[in-house]
Design a protein around this ligand. Structure first.
Ligand code: SAH
Ligand code: SF4
Ligand code: F3S
Length: 443
C-alpha cells in the first residue's frame, strides 16, 4: 500500500501527440486535487513514453531505476506510472520487470485517476485498451495554456509503413468529431492560445461527416482571437486539393508544411510501403508551392533502411537538393520488433548509417541556413512565446516556424511586427519594424 499521491510530475517523450497527452494527464491530476511538482519530489511520476526508435524501452527501465534511486536518497518511494507507446507495446512486461504501479496506454489515460487509486490500494493497475476516442469525453476542460497550444484531432494510423510501430501502439485511424474540436479550440483561445497546432499521426487524413481538414481549418479561422493555425504530421497521399487551396486562401493558416518523404529512391519507398513515389512527391510539392509560393517545407528522413544502396541513398540527397527544405528531421533506421522491416535481409552496418546520416544532415543544415538567410529583410508578425536568456530578450516564431530572438516591449502572447535582421543556422534575430524603419531613416 502507498498513500494516495498528493503531488505529481508528468515527463513526456516522443512526438507532439505525447506532449498533448501529457498536458491532458496533468489536467486530469489537477482536477483530482493533485499539485504539480518536480520529478524528485513528486508522490506520483508519470513517464509518458515513446517507442518509435530503438533503446526507447531500455531507456524507460533506466529512467525508472534513476528515479527510484534519486527519490530513495531522500527516503521516498514514488508511485510510478508508465504511459504512452512503450506502455502500449510492453504492457504486463513492464509491471513484471520494473514493478511499476500503473501501466496505461495512449488511448486509456482518462482512466489514470482510477488506476492510481487502485495502485494506492495495493494492486498494480494496467489498462492498455485501444477504444476509439473514448478518452476525450472524460477529460477536464482546458483552463490555462501558453500562446501556442496543441489540439489532437486525429489519432492512429492505417498506413503501416514497414518500419513503423505507430499503427500498433496507437491503433487505427480515427477522427474526433468536428464540433468537439471547434469547442476545444474555443476553450484554448479563452485559456490564452493565439496559435493552435492541430495534431494527428496523419492529421491530413482527418475526416468527419464528409468534411476534410480544410473545412475544419476554415471553421477555426473564424474563431475570434485565434491568429494562427498549423497542423502536423501530414502524409503526402492525404494532401487533398482542398487543403492545398486552403494554404492559398486562409490567412491564419501559416505558410509551413511538415510533409515527411523518408527517402528519395522509389525502390526504398516501395519497400517502406510509403505508397508514394519520388516523382509524385515532387509534383505534389510543385502544386503546394504554386498555391503558396513562400511556404516553408519540412520533412522526416530515414537513412539505412534495409537494402538501401549507396546509389539509392544518393537519391535521397538529390531529392533534398530538389526540394530545398526549411527544416527537417533525420534518423538512422531502427529495427522495431514486430514490424515487417525488422526481419528484412540487407540490414545496414552502423558505420554506413552513421556516414549517411552525417551527409544528409550536412545537406539539411545547409538548406535550413540558406532558408534563414533568404528571410533576412522580410517583415512579418512574430508570436512571442517566452523570454530569452539575455535581459529584455524575447523568443518567438515567425510564420515559417523559424525561432526569432528579439528585443521589444512586447509580452508573451503578443504578435509583434518585426523585420528579420540576421540569420543563424537554427534561428534569426528580429527588430521591431518601427525601430527598423527608424534605423533606415537615420542611415
Ligand atoms: N505519422 C508521421 C510520423 C511518424 S513517427 C509520418 O508518417 O510522417 C516520426 C518519424 O520517425 C517518421 O516520419 C520517421 O521518419 C521516423 N521513424 C519511424 N519509425 C522509424 C524507425 N523504425 N527507424 C527510424 N526512424 C523511424
Ligand atoms: Fe508510421 Fe507510416 Fe503511419 Fe507515419 S504513416 S505513423 S511513418 S506507419
Ligand atoms: Fe513515439 Fe508514440 Fe509518438 S511511438 S512518436 S510517442 S506516436
Amino acid at each position: 500500500m502507498k498513500p494516495a499521491p498528493k503531488t505529481f510530475h508528468v515527463k513526456s517523450f516522443g512526438c507532439q501527440m505525447n506532449v498533448y497527452d501529457g498536458e491532458r494527464m496533468a489536467e486530469l491530476m489537477g482536477a483530482q486535487g493533485m499539485v504539480a511538482a518536480d520529478a524528485d519530489s513528486s508522490d506520483l511520476v508519470v513517464l509518458n513514453t515513446c517507442h518509435i526508435r530503438e533503446k526507447a524501452t531500455e531507456k524507460v527501465y533506466s529512467d525508472i531505476g534513476r528515479l527510484r534511486k534519486d527519490q530513495g536518497k531522500l527516503g521516498r518511494t514514488p508511485m510510478i506510472a508508465v504511459a504512452g507507446c512503450v506502455a502500449q507495446a510492453e504492457g504486463e512486461e513492464i509491471v513484471r520487470r520494473a514493478k511499476v504501479d500503473v501501466v496505461v496506454g495512449p488511448q486509456a489515460y482518462h482512466n489514470l485517476p482510477a488506476l492510481v487509486a487502485k495502485a494506492a490500494a495495493g494492486t498494480s493497475a494496467l489498462d492498455t485498451d485501444l477504444p476509439a476516442l473514448t478518452k476525450f469525453g472524460h477529460l477536464p476542460a482546458r483552463r490555462r495554456v501558453g500562446p501556442s497550444a496543441f489540439l489532437t484531432v486525429q489519432e492512429g494510423c492505417d498506413k503501416f509503413c514497414t518500419y513503423c510501430v505507430v499503427p500498433y501502439t496507437r491503433g487505427a485511424e480515427v477522427s474526433r468529431p468536428f464540433a468537439a474540436i471547434v469547442d476545444e479550440a474555443k476553450a484554448l483561445v479563452d485559456a490564452g492560445a493565439r496559435e493552435i497546432t492541430l495534431l494527428g499521426q496523419n492529421v491530413n487524413a482527418w475526416d468527419h461527416d464528409e468534411k476534410g481538414l480544410h473545412d475544419l481549418i476554415r471553421a477555426l479561422d473564424r474563431i475570434p482571437g485565434l491568429a494562427r493555425i498549423r497542423y502536423t504530421t501530414s502524409h503526402p497521399n492525404d494532401m487533398t486539393q482542398g487543403l492545398i487551396d486552403a494554404h492559398a486562401q486562409v490567412e491564419s493558416l501559416m505558410p509551413f508544411l511538415h510533409l515527411p518523404v523518408q527517402a528519395g529512391s522509389d525502390r526504398v519507398l516501395k519497400a517502406m510501403n510509403r505508397a508514394h513515389t519520388r516523382d509524385s512527391y515532387l509534383r505534389l510539392i510543385d502544386r503546394i508551392r504554386a498555391a503558396r509560393p513562400d511556404i516553408a517545407l519540412s520533412g522526416d528522413f530515414i537513412v539505412g533502411f534495409p537494402g538501401e544502396t549507396d546509389a539509392q541513398f544518393a537519391e535521397t540527397l538529390s531529392l533534398v537538393d530538389a526540394v530545398g527544405y526549411a527544416q527537417a528531421f533525420s534518423f538512422k533506421y531502427s529495427p522495431r520488433p514486430g514490424t515487417p522491416a525488422a526481419t528484412l535481409p540487407g540490414q545496414i552496418p552502423a558505420e554506413v548509417m552513421d556516414d549517411r546520416l552525417q551527409r544528409l544532415q550536412a545537406a539539411l543544415n545547409r538548406d535550413q541556413h540558406a532558408f534563414n538567410r533568404a528571410s533576412v529583410g522580410r517583415t512579418c508578425p512574430v508570436l512571442i512565446e517566452r523570454s530569452g536568456k539575455l535581459p529584455g530578450q524575447m523568443l518567438g516564431k515567425s510564420p515559417w516556424l523559424q525561432s526569432v530572438h528579439l528585443v521589444t516591449g512586447g509580452q508573451i502572447g503578443d504578435l509583434v511586427d518585426i523585420t528579420l535582421a540576421t540569420a543563424g543556422p537554427k534561428s534569426l534575430s528580429g527588430v521591431p519594424t518601427t525601430v527598423a524603419a527608424l534605423q533606415r531613416t537615420v542611415a
